[in-house]
Design a protein around this ligand. Structure first.
Ligand code: IMP
Ligand code: MG
Length: 182
């Protein structure tokens, strides 16, 4: 189990870090004079949040939320449950909601609605990866790390049944990995 289970590397560690720097610089420009609160969705977004915020040259705060819709399968169940909510008061805050990947768009769609009920100044979204062709609700992210094809990927926070999150690159697993799980 681990690196040997990957059949193809889609994004290298270097490509990812270069893109994080670019996004950090863009956000630094866009959020001048604002009250930035970065909210990451655990667990997958932790890798993006920690790398990205080091490249944002502004005062900011970080919170995390736990929301789930996936379980152990590679398909979404369509319902989003919140297990851990943000403690900070959102009034006057410019929220940047971060996830590892936007797929159907159901997770972002649901959580943006919930955050807006708490009257922040603004809510924008950032997805490390975007599988645009999988979208069911037309959701569009404000910031995207990489547009990727419709393939199940792991690494840099993204898991398969809880494993592979710590791979520093984005890869596609060998089909033998899924066969074993059955
Ligand atoms: P959405 O609600 O369908 O947009 O799905 C977002 C969530 O699905 C992400 O936070 C991931 O946990 C999970 N997900 C979607 N595609 C992948 C993938 O290729 N690898 C790992 N997790 C994925
Ligand atoms: Mg997730």
């Amino acid at each position: 189990m681990h690196k040997d289970d990957v059949k193809k590397i889609l994004l290298t560690e270097e490509q990812i870090q270069t893109r994080m720097k670019e996004l950090g610089a863009q956000i630094t420009k866009d959020y001048q004079g604002k009250n930035l609160l970065v909210i990451g969705l655990l667990k997958g977004a932790a890798w993006t949040v920690t790398d990205l915020t080091r490249y944002i040259d502004l005062p900011l705060r970080v919170e995390f939320m736990v929301a789930s819709s996936y379980g152990n399968s590679t398909e979404t169940s369509g319902s989003v449950k919140i297990h851990l909510d943000v403690h900070d008061d959102l009034r006057g805050k410019d929220v940047l909601l971060v996830d590892d990947i936007v797929d159907s768009g159901i997770t972002f769609g649901a959580i943006v609605k919930i955050l807006q009920q708490n009257h922040p100044n603004s809510v924008k979204t950032l997805a490390f990866c975007d599988k645009a062709e999988r979208r069911v609700n037309g959701f569009e992210c404000d910031y995207v790390g990489f547009k990727i094809p419709d393939e199940f990927v792991v690494g840099y926070g993204l898991d398969y049944a809880g494993d592979y999150r710590n791979l520093p690159f984005i890869g596609v697993l060998k089909s033998s990995v899924y066969a074993k799980a059955k």
